[in-house]
Design a protein around this ligand. Structure first.
Ligand SMILES: [Zn+2]
Length: 317
């Protein structure tokens, strides 16, 4: 059972600074970073929940400088961007097509611009991208890169009909500050679209801090429906759409059963699961990456992601 502040009595929420923090548990050590197994070693960390703003967060966490150095060293996995059938792309493009305001869109963390291409050339397309190679590819596809770093959004002087961030907020140190900057970039009546993992998903609640999504080292902040409602109220940005989905395409019923069994086994018999990994099951070379021997199984069939749309009504006034 979780205990309040059982691991760190001086810890406060990295976002709202509240000291009412609930300890959820230790996060399994892995060396997964930016979608791939890397040679780095990472420090052990735990998962906590702020009882005021409902943010879940990893602590201790790599500093911003450490994260940026690792992003630069390890090319961000872009293979998923080559897949034109990502579930979040389909949902986001439908939501965008329903938007009736000015046809300008800013994609924060736009990668090589594949999603903006998917949206279509009817839109004036802008992007923010840290990886220089990907940013150059996006520009070659007609995307205007307006910034490199999601921490410098305040320097952008334009406004956009749609401001979106797919799988970005989990990388930010302070999601509220990030949200506030996104809001500041929306035009009158514009919308903010955020997609990320959802800590209130049944699969995540079952696994707690052992959930695969929080074992990825570049994931440091985790939100949920309650967090969204809190910021919606605070910034007077009503939620106009919210849905949960599985990040990966619909899979066979049997794949869902296999995911449940693997995760349940990991939760109940972690040493047996670890032994299986060492015997070569699970497809990870634990001789080459010994820190991966205790890594949790994925749960790709779970509806553990959410996409939420906020409307900036305040700007209309
Ligand atoms: Zn908080």
């Amino acid at each position: 059972m979780s205990k309040k502040n059982s691991k760190n009595s001086t810890l406060s929420c990295p976002s709202c600074k509240n000291i009412s923090i609930q300890y959820i548990g230790e996060i399994p050590l892995t060396t997964i970073f930016a979608g791939q197994i890397v040679a780095e070693h990472f420090a052990k960390s735990c998962l906590y929940r702020c009882e005021h703003c409902f943010l879940h967060f990893r602590w201790p966490r790599p500093t911003k400088q450490q994260l940026y150095a690792l992003y630069k060293k390890n090319q961000i996995d872009n293979q998923q961007n080559k897949t034109m059938h990502r579930r979040d792309w389909k949902i986001a493009s439908r939501l965008i097509s329903e938007y009736e305001g000015q046809k300008t869109i800013l994609d924060i963390g736009c990668g090589d611009g594949s999603f903006l291409n998917y949206v279509g050339k009817d839109w004036k397309r802008y992007g923010v991208e840290l990886n220089e190679k990907l940013a150059a590819e996006a520009e070659a596809q007609g995307v205007h890169i307006v910034q490199t770093d999601f921490d410098t959004l305040a320097t952008i002087k334009q406004s956009f009909g749609v401001v979106m961030a797919l799988n970005v907020i989990e990388h930010t140190e302070d999601p509220v500050s990030f949200f506030k900057h996104m809001m500041g970039l929306t035009a009158a009546g514009g919308i903010v679209i955020i997609s990320t993992g959802n800590t209130l998903a049944l699969s995540w609640r079952f696994m707690g801090s052992k959930y695969w999504y929080c074992s990825l080292n570049d994931h440091i902040s985790f939100i949920n429906r309650s967090w969204c409602q809190t910021v919606s109220k605070e910034f007077q940005m009503p939620i106009v759409s919210s849905q949960q989905f599985s990040y990966f395409e619909a899979q066979l019923f049997l794949s869902g059963c296999a995911d449940i069994m693997k995760n349940a086994m990991y939760k109940v018999l972690p040493s047996f699961f670890c032994w299986l990994r060492k015997k070569g099951f699970g497809g990870i070379d634990v001789d080459k990456y010994p820190d991966m021997h205790n890594s949790p199984p994925s749960w790709h069939t779970a509806k553990d992601h959410m996409m939420v749309v906020f409307r900036n009504n305040k700007a209309v006034m």
